[in-house]
Design a protein around this ligand. Sequence first.
Ligand code: G3D
Ligand code: MG
Length: 177
Amino acid sequence: MSFILKLFQKKSKPVNLTICGLDKAGKTTFVNYLVHGEFRETTPTMGINRKSISFPKLDLHIFDMGGQEDFRPIWSDINEKSNALIYVVDSTDYLRFEETKRIFLDILRSQIDNEIPVLILLNKTDLPDHMERIQFTRDFGLLEDEISHTWAVFDTSAKTGEGVVESITWFLQMLGE
Ligand code: G3D
Ligand code: MG
């Protein structure tokens, strides 16, 4: 390749990103908002929904995982090859809080390396009676000593777009964008 071509060749780092969380948390809606810049209706994800987005310094290859119980065994295979994790929690789903917390902590303990940054989205905060971020952070176990990943929690609404730009900006910085 010529010197000139090398000079102008795009040098983007490929990043494999998995998005996990219980079914109906808003994973696919969040990805849609990232890709289209607006809310779009979704249908339940069967298996894995793959999308790619290019940023100036990195290409994000997104693996949006089906959250139903039947699909969760696939997560560990994808997470083990992943460089980044977004975990989405429905901030109004008090009934399944312990279930999503157990699954999240299991991913951190056994499916991803310690240096992988973790973005936690406390989603659906446009709805009334949602969980408060400070209380959530404590109850979700994020302040425990065993957590050695770099993490952050953002309030988001994949419906109104609240927190989408802020959360992804933080994440891209962690990934070296
Ligand atoms: P999943 O991919 O995690 O399984 P989806 O979840 O993205 O398919 O979303 C599940 C439902 O939650 C969808 O509604 C979607 O519109 C809704 N939803 C996602 N994010 C938000 C949000 O931030 N606020 C509100 N109010 N709703 C949200 P349906 O009605 O299609 O089941
Ligand atoms: Mg989905």
